[in-house]
Design a protein around this ligand. Sequence first.
Ligand code: SF4
Length: 436
Amino acid sequence: MRNYTTQMDAARKGIVTPEIEAVAKKEHMTSEALMKLVAEGKVAICANRNHTCLNPEGVGSMLRTKINVNLGVSRDCKDYDIEMQKVMSAVNLGAEAIMDLSSHGNTQPFRRKLTSECPAMIGTVPVYDSVIHYQRDLATLTARDFIDVIRMHAEDGVDFVTLHCGITRKTIEQIKKHKRKMNIVSRGGSLVFAWMSMTGEENPFYEYYDEILDICEEYDVTVSLGDACRPGCLADATDVCQIEELVRLGELTKRAWDHNVQVMVEGPGHVPLDQVAANMKVQQSICMGAPFYVLGPIVTDIAPGYDHITSAIGGAVAAMNGAAFLCYVTPAEHLALPNVEDVKQGIIASKIAAHAADIAKGVPGARDIDDKMAEARQKLDWDAQYACALDPETAKAIRDSRSPEEDHSDTCSMCGKFCAVRSMNKALAGEYIDIL
Ligand code: SF4
């Protein structure tokens, strides 16, 4: 019989949960050290008590940077099994979290499939699902309808929910007054904004926040405070709307922690590279060290088709400066629903950003694999190199498709017999170096 509600409640009572123990082992730290961070809210272990097949992970700036992959059934891709295959291949490529953004049909069977088969953390955005679930127009939904969907997701075993609690009726005036270039680009944020505009009522996720926290506490659902006003272009970055919402997210973080509910705070968006670090520091200060979950940041607006790269650049700098969790961005961002190859490219780009940041942050053990790769390269041991690679399949396919013309299988076709590694190995071994 468990004598705690959430991981935070347990940590505050000095109880080392199986999840705290498992995460501490993965992060090369003691359970006691991790427990303190969970108690303070600096690490969130998103672990709904109904997600029984979960392989728990911790999210916090001092831990390995985690990545999230957005998937889900949609009108254009409604086969549960195909979507589930994408989920499992994302997990195999290293995604620690899957956000189910299903937007078609009855979403509950797929959500339940995820929480009964997928070991990664599962997140959802209940406001999207509300329209689908009730099959009614947005304006006809009530605050009660939204809260009931949150409860349903909690019962289904969802580990974290994005809630756009930070915009209020005041935001409507601000958006009109400050004339942003891209207004609101958060899908959930725009729905909440539209609902408030059409009904004249206050944001239900803000107004009934305490009731929502009771649900989250009961099932141990982590609240991921959505950033409805995240900038959608460089010109809107770090503006009044974004910062004003962030201040409210800081207040809401504190209120969640008072309920023993774990929190992550979501962040930008499109941000010029020179503003990324400052954004991380401001969030850490205003939200008292709560884990920061960023979408990108995308550092230039002009690369549709390559936004996995623009976001990996921003993501690496963000994670190096305090972001704990990166939401992947695919080459299809701003253009279309990502296909299987886009998903893979997005995951690899995010993994590179996360790993580069972990090395820079000095996360224990983070660089070990790079050192192994260097040793394999020095020995021209290609199988050992593939074993260290983030994407061994692609690495091997490239080498195999362009092997050296002559049979000197120890080198590659980049330099052939001019291979610096080969020349140095032979020279240092006192061997004759044949070039021609
Ligand atoms: S041939 Fe050139 S690129 Fe290839 S392993 Fe040798 S030094 Fe590296």
